[in-house]
Design a protein around this ligand. Structure first.
Ligand code: PLP
Length: 380
């Protein structure tokens, strides 16, 4: 437990609620969760299932029809055949991460992760006795791991190399060629590549390729949380290499018994043309927010060295405005009523220079946030 740190964004959210309780309007740009409601066809499918189905435990790997539907999604969206037998439905991608690390790590095994990256990854590895090795990354590699960096940080104990594309907190992506190089390197080292594709679908520039194209030895995790706006339903999935599926199943049986039945019946409505039309319209809306916010932040004195291509985050360098992003985030919250996340959450590589802004609110609210921060900066 000494290595498990608090999730700073939750602390900011608690402070934001206190500020709100004192009567101040707060614009929430801290949590990784847009303002959209779960698409109606998904909600309707859940209501229907509650009336018609028995909400029993499902198989530990999930409902057969949902695993088939996910396989069908890979075929229609990425033109890649992924057998349903390799897909495990999980309680959010959080459970998928736990299962992947669970089958891959022995005590003392090292996991290469980027710094900055999604904080829970290093804590999952720790909780399983693994050792997270944070590789400092910056604009030169678009805040991503590549084979050259991985090779430089590789040790005899390295067992897993992990990337997230698009990434949280930077929104940057790893190219298919870079994924292929990483897959080649881990093969050479008899290790494993784990790719987090939870922000797939929320890509605004270029096409997203799945890392499953790089070979069936790659582990891929994904989720219904972000693209399908189902954060609270707690449903995701893991695609495991064939030789690992039984191990994943045994661990899933023991850790979770099964994923939520009602969430799985609801998720069957995700891949219909109706739902895809809704989430695609929302993707366009998120892109408009992104296109507004990047130049607006730059005009305030923030730097955005690499344009985020996906997810809904901007990892902005605020060092020209304040020497300590942690104090700055608190100042912006308490004096301007705008909640953002300080870099501290995402690792140890210059966190004091960065804040993460999640464009999870409509453009009008983002405009208001920019006005408020501008006023704060003028009056300091
Ligand atoms: C990069 C990344 N991976 C995984 C998760 C876990 O999400 P969930 O468990 O809702 O699928 C998140 C949540 O924000 C994330 O940002």
């Amino acid at each position: 437990m000494a290595h498990i740190e608090a999730f700073e964004v939750m602390e900011i959210q608690t402070l934001a609620r206190e500020v709100e309780a004192r009567g101040t309007d707060v614009i929430h740009l801290e949590i990784g969760e847009p303002d959209f409601r779960t698409p109606q066809p998904i909600v309707d499918a859940a209501k229907k299932a509650l009336d018609e189905k028995r909400m029993y435990y499902t198989s530990a790997l999930g409902l057969a029809e949902l695993r088939e539907a996910i396989a069908g999604f890979y075929l229609s969206r990425y033109r890649i055949e992924v057998p349903a037998s390799r897909i495990a439905v999980t309680a959010g991608s959080s459970a998928a991460l736990l299962l992947a690390f669970g089958v891959l790590l022995d005590a003392g095994d090292e996991v290469l992760l980027t710094d900055p990256s999604y904080p829970c990854n290093r804590h999952f590895a720790r909780a399983l006795g693994g050792v997270p090795c944070l590789v400092p990354v910056g604009p030169a590699s678009r805040y991503q791991l590549n084979a050259e960096l991985a090779r430089r940080h590789w040790t005899a104990a390295t067992r897993v190399a992990m990337v997230a594309t698009p990434s949280n907190p930077t929104g940057t992506m790893v190219t298919p060629a870079e994924i292929a190089d990483l897959a080649e390197l881990v093969r050479e080292k008899h290790a494993t590549l784990l790719v987090d594709e939870i922000y797939h679908g929320l890509v605004y520039e270029g096409d997203a390729h799945t890392a499953l194209e790089a070979g069936e030895d790659v582990f891929v995790i994904n989720s219904f949380s972000k693209y399908f706006q189902m954060t609270g339903w707690r449903l995701g999935w893991l695609v495991a290499p064939p030789g690992y599926v039984r191990e994943v199943e045994k661990l899933a049986q023991n850790l979770f018994i099964s994923p939520s039945a009602v969430a799985q019946y609801a998720a069957l409505a995700c891949f219909t043309p109706e739902t895809i039309a809704i989430v695609e319209a929302r993707r366009k809306e998120l892109d408009q927010r992104r296109c507004f916010l990047i130049p607006a932040l730059e005009s305030l004195g923030f730097k955005v060295p690499v344009v985020p291509q996906g997810a809904f985050y901007i990892y902005a360098d605020c060092s020209a405005l304040h020497p300590d992003s942690f104090a700055f985030a608190r100042e912006i919250l308490t004096r301007a009523g705008v909640a953002v996340t300080p870099g501290k959450d995402f690792g140890h590589c210059e966190p004091e220079r960065h804040i993460r802004i999640a464009y999870t609110q409509p453009v009008a609210r983002l405009e208001e946030a920019v006005r408020r921060i501008s006023k704060l900066l003028e009056t300091r």
